[in-house]
Design a protein around this ligand. Structure first.
Ligand SMILES: Nc1ncnc2c1ncn2[C@@H]1O[C@H](COP(=O)(O)OP(=O)(O)OP(=O)(O)O)[C@@H](O)[C@H]1O
Ligand SMILES: [Mg+2]
Length: 202
């Protein structure tokens, strides 16, 4: 399934403002092979353009195929950028047939698949890092499930660092176009394998 408008590098001015490093996440040191990560640089960063929702679904399917148990994926971007739409495409690619609700109020929506469980977080209404621990969300990370986290910046300092960070943005005026730009970043070796599989098909 080809990805449209794939380019290998992202210009600095196009870099998103919020990075895992700037949020001081709990980086898993044992999984970081490249010292540059400690300086706030991902192991790989790619820019993609998604023309419409069908392209987002195609990207989501490639992401689904590239994920492994234990992966943590941050989904960044403003309201309506397409984070939940991407999750919906991913869940459908994994075989989910029911509705996909945005867990804006429940914060977490779990899904069970043969390959792994998927935990979909939406932290938009998260107030403080204390809530993270009170809710017991750490129990979902670093195990056999895949965690997809919308609005990770709302739980900065508590939410575990990502293997893969995906930032979606409107291309042009919000609502004026269905085109989205995507920044895909690998922050761990596991994330790098995932990003390589998506971008290079290897
Ligand atoms: N290429 C595209 N990719 C994703 N969504 C698109 C695209 N083009 C149009 N859309 C529309 O944009 C909207 C994206 O909404 P969505 O709920 O996925 O955003 P979100 O980033 O999760 O927002 P929020 O921060 O409120 O959770 C949907 O109505 C979707 O149909
Ligand atoms: Mg959403």
């Amino acid at each position: 399934m080809p990805l449209p408008d794939l380019s290998p590098d992202l210009s600095p001015e196009a870099s998103p403002e919020v990075t895992p490093d700037s949020l001081r996440p709990t980086q898993r040191a044992d999984d970081v092979a490249d010292p540059s990560t400690a300086c706030g640089e991902p192991l790989r960063r790619c820019a993609l353009s998604l023309a419409d929702e069908a392209a987002t679904d195609a990207f989501a399917a490639r992401l689904a195929a590239a994920l492994s148990p234990g992966h943590v994926v941050w989904l960044c971007g403003t309201l309506g950028a397409g984070k939940t739409t991407l999750v919906r495409g991913l869940l459908r690619a994994l075989g989910h047939e029911g509705p996909v609700r945005s867990p804006t109020f429940t914060l977490l929506e779990p899904y069970a698949f043969a390959r792994f469980a998927v935990y979909h977080f939406d932290l938009y209404r998260f107030a403080s890092a204390h809530e993270w621990h009170d809710a017991g969300f750490d129990d979902y990370f670093g195990k056999t499930g895949v965690c997809l986290v919308e609005w990770p910046e709302q739980a900065a300092g508590a939410v575990p660092a990502p293997d893969v960070r995906i930032a979606l943005a409107f291309s042009g005026e919000p609502g004026a176009s269905s085109q989205r730009s995507v920044t895909l970043e690998a922050w761990t070796q596991a994330g790098l394998r995932c990003v390589n599989a998506i971008v290079d098909g290897c």
